[in-house]
Design a protein around this ligand. Structure first.
Ligand code: OOG
Ligand code: MG
Length: 253
């Protein structure tokens, strides 16, 4: 089957919130082919009028690698349609089986291209914010191989950001508390993200270069979940507090 047809399969699944079997069950896909499928599926979203506004890193913490059984750092693309306003509600029916995870987001003021150091990466940052990612694998039972999850845009489905803070705040080891219904449900530190979320930003620059891309000024980069993800259900109110950075929240209806 052509990669374009598999891109349509994952895009349709995401657009209609319908679960699909893993592609790897019927197709032997390489990681490069999986990223090609991801690019083609995002092209379909851009053709529908969405705009590319950044990148997300995935499986950058041990907690996430252990939870998903995949131990490679992955990346995906973010579009404007995925952004949820701080404090807003998401509609459960628009997702297959959504989960939420606490993250840190970076806003870039300068492009980043290829291999960069942590310091170079942080020098390109305009602002940092507390963030939550709502991930939603389109695969049955939220189970996938490495190529499957990459083809499915690394489970991207939505994200919410708190207010932007000065990049002079060191994000290397900030306490993070995610609450559901007022109860702390995941507690961690930004240090869980590759030792420092800035390393995730540097890794994003290096990894997207393999696809001929660079991180652009004005883009948002999500560094990856600091803890395991939590299942979402209608009626839940979710809030993340990050030390020094503030809070962000959303509801599920
Ligand atoms: C893959 C995406 C992982 C993260 O922050 O680690 C991710 C998944 O767990 O479905 O977004
Ligand atoms: Mg994530």
């Amino acid at each position: 089957m052509a990669l374009d047809e598999l891109a349509r399969t994952v895009d349709d699944a995401s657009r209609t919130a319908t679960e699909i079997p893993q592609l790897a069950e019927t197709h032997a896909l390489s990681v490069d082919e999986a990223y090609a499928i991801q690019a083609l599926s995002i092209r379909r979203r851009l053709e529908r009028g969405e705009k590319l506004i950044g990148m997300k890193m995935g499986l950058t913490s041990r907690a996430k690698m252990v939870q998903m059984g995949v131990s490679d750092v992955i990346w995906g693309r973010l579009t404007d349609a995925m952004r949820v306003e701080d404090g807003d509600s998401i509609e459960f029916k628009k997702f297959v089986h959504p989960r939420v995870e606490p993250e840190i987001a970076f806003l870039l003021k300068k492009p980043l291209e290829g291999r960069v150091t942590l310091l170079e990466a942080m020098n390109a940052v305009e602002a940092v914010a507390p963030a939550m990612e709502i991930i939603d694998s389109r695969y049955k039972n939220f189970k996938f191989s490495l190529p499957d999850v990459i083809a499915d845009n690394s489970s991207s489905s939505a994200f919410v950001l708190g207010t932007w803070n000065s990049p002079s705040i060191d994000t290397g080891n900030l306490g993070m508390v995610m609450q559901i219904g007022g109860r702390p449900i995941q507690i961690g530190s930004s240090a869980a993200i590759l030792g420092h979320p800035g390393r995730s930003l540097a890794a994003a620059s290096r990894l997207v270069a393999a696809a001929g891309l660079r991180l652009e000024a004005g883009w948002i980069i999500m560094a990856g979940g600091a803890t395991a993800a939590e299942k979402l259900l209608p009626g839940m109110s979710v809030r993340l507090d990050v030390e020094k950075l503030g809070r962000t929240a959303f509801n599920v209806v």
